[in-house]
Write a protein that binds this ligand. Structure first.
Ligand code: ZN
Length: 212
């Protein structure tokens, strides 16, 4: 096994610069229990820089990434272990008061799911991805048939965020915290090219975060 040059160079740069600047913060963080202000559930997509977008410092965000930022339904029995165990730890141990579901534009996972549900011919020979993305079937069925193709994908990305939030309520330990107002659930959709973020409001509509 070889370590790639980019990894060595970037690490050494970080150590000499960023780490040096925040040395005291890292030291303090190592001596205290982490107390993140929010858990962020987002996509594995390399273009989603959640710490950069929300100014994350050491210990600020507890992050869970999966393909297409899904919180599986309780009925998706096989698929829910990883995401739910991260949420369970975040809520029961760290007592994080906010969960953010951060979806995004140009999501390869959502697009692939759209393609295979539209036409089975598009199905790739994935051993795991196809199974995981079956969690999106319910959201796919909510796409209005009269939308333009591009709008359908955006709708799918956004309805997936709504569905994931609905799914959170299926788990008693999460639902209880939401009802007791100890947990705030936030749905966001991020557009990569414009940097715009839309927020899911109480009326269940996505509105621009820039104007709040
Ligand atoms: Zn994605």
């Amino acid at each position: 096994m070889e370590i790639p040059k980019f990894l060595i160079e970037r690490y050494q740069f970080w150590k000499k610069n960023s780490f040096e600047d925040y040395k005291n913060i890292y030291d303090k963080a190592s001596k205290t229990v982490q107390k993140p202000i929010a858990m962020i559930i987002t996509c594995c997509d390399s273009r989603i820089l959640e710490n950069s977008i929300f100014g994350g410092g050491v210990g600020d965000y507890f992050i869970h990434k999966n393909i297409a930022n899904i919180v599986p339904s309780k009925n998706d029995k096989e698929q829910n272990i990883q995401t739910l165990s991260a949420i369970e730890y975040a809520l029961k141990v760290l007592k994080i008061p906010n969960i953010i579901i951060l979806g995004h534009s140009n999501c390869g996972g959502v697009e692939y799911s759209y393609k295979i549900l539209k036409d089975k011919k598009n199905l790739n020979n994935f051993k795991y991805v196809n199974k995981w993305l079956s969690c999106l079937n319910n959201s796919y069925n909510k796409i209005p048939k009269d939308l333009a193709e591009n709008d359908k994908i955006t709708f799918f990305e956004q309805v997936n965020i709504k569905q994931s939030i609905e799914n959170l309520h299926e788990y008693d330990f999460i639902n209880k915290l939401i009802n007791e107002k100890k947990l705030n659930v936030i749905g966001l959709w991020y557009q990569i090219n414009s940097g715009q973020i839309k927020f899911l409001n109480k009326e269940n509509s996505f509105i621009d975060l820039d104007y709040l």
